[in-house]
Design a protein around this ligand. Structure first.
Ligand SMILES: [Zn+2]
Length: 561
């Protein structure tokens, strides 16, 4: 059972680009689409509770992450009861034993929003709403999830950027073109279980998990957002119960996603086998899944993945206005990465999921277990550490990801007891390059299990600096559907694009490239930048940047082309 826990939002004050990203999303969620008179969908909407739930969830999380109250959340919360059916959930009351997977999926977001609000505000009204959904929508599904139609011949393959109910009922289930979305409810059900645990809910969760694990996800071309939401639900269940029995299966499905459903910039194919566009909802799911897998297994490659997903997948998908939208699937038959102009912002889902994505990025920075603090991500921020002996304020400043420079400074402390700090040591960095600098002296830095561990004296003014080298790296493509005989170029966790953008490859792994600073590279003796990171700080990012075609795959053979 893992003991380290993320610091609460109340303890972290993000700065730098991460603050800008979460703040921009919080402000986007004040747009008219998310206000009282537009957030509630009409009664005949295909995804009952989805829009309302995603909005409330995003507002609850981003508000806590930026330490601000949203203007309109309370108005929305007051109107919720009149929009629910008489049993206390969104959508129609179907005949007993009949289920609509889009209704289950939509209500999962509503359920999760009420759980996060309860954890934040501790008000009884949220617990009552959670109890209604559990008792009247979820528990009646016991014994029915095992009949969920998951054979390819039972499914209709279709679907636009928003799924629809496809055809007639199959074995008492109304099915969606977002194939597998019934299992998004694993996310809501496991979240409800954290605040209202019960044996019947546990039994239902295990029935859902057992069924989900039998599905041939490739065969039915499952939606990757549904797949990864289900994985998030299973991982939350494992973290809540301390059980590990499903962990190997979750790792197997994550590997399947990585090799069959992930783009070369660590975004996603919207469905397995159908690389038509990316969906930030799934990119954010994959970030949370990779981070949770690292927490549960301690295997550093999962944390390395989470960094790559954050900078390249989520980074490219966030729009200049703070929302999120869909890109092309880099590597799937072409070497390009760019926003799809027709899906520039997915206001009806991905912008709201961006709220959880950016907030979880804040929350994933630090984890604590008593007198031990793990720093898993490097973002400019300050943090309050509540320890058994007293409280400390720490400041984290960094030039990561373009440079391997991270500094922790003790701003204040009410205890003299040193703090054990574990600093993330990326798996791609040369182990011999890690150095610790404290009080002007350079000290040896051993990397163990993906971390450099050091005692930090609790004296105000103490500064501990970690340095490591970041160089150019060429990597094989990870998705087996990607263009054969092509590679990608990396500076640390940052995927590199070619300059000039829209043209034939001018560099290859054989090119004599040298660093020009800020993660950029050029040919020996020439100062023109030929490779530079796709990742750009949000303040410097605009629609033209997102839509520009960027070459991110290169022929692996000698001399290019
Ligand atoms: Zn989405």
């Amino acid at each position: 059972m893992i003991k380290m826990k993320p610091l609460s939002f109340a303890q972290i004050f993000p700065g730098g680009d991460l603050y800008h990203r979460v703040r921009a999303n919080f402000e986007r969620l004040h747009g008219e689409e998310y206000r009282l008179d537009r957030v509630f969908m009409p009664d005949n909407y295909d995804w009952p509770g989805d829009n309302e739930g995603r909005t409330m969830l995003a507002l609850a999380l981003t508000s806590q992450a930026v330490h601000a109250e949203p203007e309109h959340l309370e108005q929305i919360l007051r109107k919720v009861p009149e929009r629910l059916n008489e049993k206390g959930y969104f959508g129609k009351i179907l005949p007993e034993g009949v289920f609509d997977e889009q209704q289950l999926s939509g209500n999962s977001w509503y359920l999760r929003s009420q759980v996060e609000l309860y954890l934040w505000k501790r008000e009884e009204r949220f617990l009552e709403r959670i109890r209604s959904v559990v008792n009247h929508l979820l528990l009646p599904a016991r014994g029915h999830y095992r009949n969920y139609p998951c054979l390819p011949e039972e499914r209709v393959v279709g679907g636009e950027a928003a799924g629809t109910i496809a055809g007639d009922m199959v074995r008492n289930w109304y099915l969606s073109t977002d194939i597998g979305c019934a299992f998004i409810m694993l996310d809501g059900a496991s979240h409800a279980y954290t605040v209202l645990p019960s044996e019947p809910l546990k039994a239902l969760l295990e029935e859902m998990i057992d069924k989900f694990l039998t599905i041939d996800l490739i065969g039915i071309k499952a939606q990757t957002h549904a797949t990864l939401s289900a994985l998030r639900g299973i991982l939350r269940y494992l973290q809540t119960t301390g059980e590990t029995k499903y962990l190997p299966e979750v790792e197997r499905i994550y590997r399947l996603y990585r090799t069959r459903g992930m783009t070369e910039n660590f975004a996603n194919y919207n469905w397995f086998e159908r690389p038509e566009w990316t969906e930030p909802c799934a990119i954010i799911d994959s970030f949370i899944v990779a981070f949770s897998l690292w927490k549960l297994t301690g295997r550093g490659e999962y944390l390395d993945d989470a960094h790559k997903i954050y900078y390249n997948g989520m980074g490219h998908a966030q729009r200049h206005n703070g929302g999120y939208g869909c890109d092309v699937c880099a590597g799937a038959g072409h070497p390009w990465l760019h926003a799809r102009s027709d899906l520039y912002e997915a206001t009806w889902c991905c912008t709201m999921r961006g709220g959880e994505g950016t907030a979880r990025a804040v929350e994933s920075t630090f984890l604590q277990d008593g007198n031990e603090l793990t720093v898993a991500f490097y973002h400019d921020c300050t943090a309050k550490i509540v320890r058994p002996q007293g409280e400390m304020m720490l400041k984290l400043s960094t030039r990561y990801p373009t440079e391997g420079v991270v500094q922790l400074e003790v701003l204040s402390s009410t205890t003299a007891e040193p703090l054990t700090v574990r600093l993330y040591a990326p798996g791609w960095a040369e182990a011999s390059s890690f150095k610790l600098i404290m009080d002007g002296t350079i000290q040896k830095a051993d990397v163990r299990n993906g971390f450099v561990v050091r005692q930090l004296p609790a004296t105000p003014g103490t500064r501990l600096e970690l340095r490591f080298d970041i160089g150019l790296r060429w990597e094989a493509t990870h998705n087996r559907n990607s263009m054969p005989d092509h590679v990608t170029a990396w500076h640390g966790p940052l995927l590199l694009q070619q300059i000039p953008h829209d043209g034939q490859p001018v560099v290859s792994p054989d090119s004599p490239l040298r660093p020009l600073g800020a993660g950029s590279y050029g040919l020996d003796g020439i100062n023109d930048v030929l490779l530079r990171p796709v990742y750009t700080q949000l303040a410097d990012w605009n629609r033209a940047d997102a839509e520009r075609r960027k070459r991110v795959l290169f022929p692996s053979g000698a001399g290019g082309n």
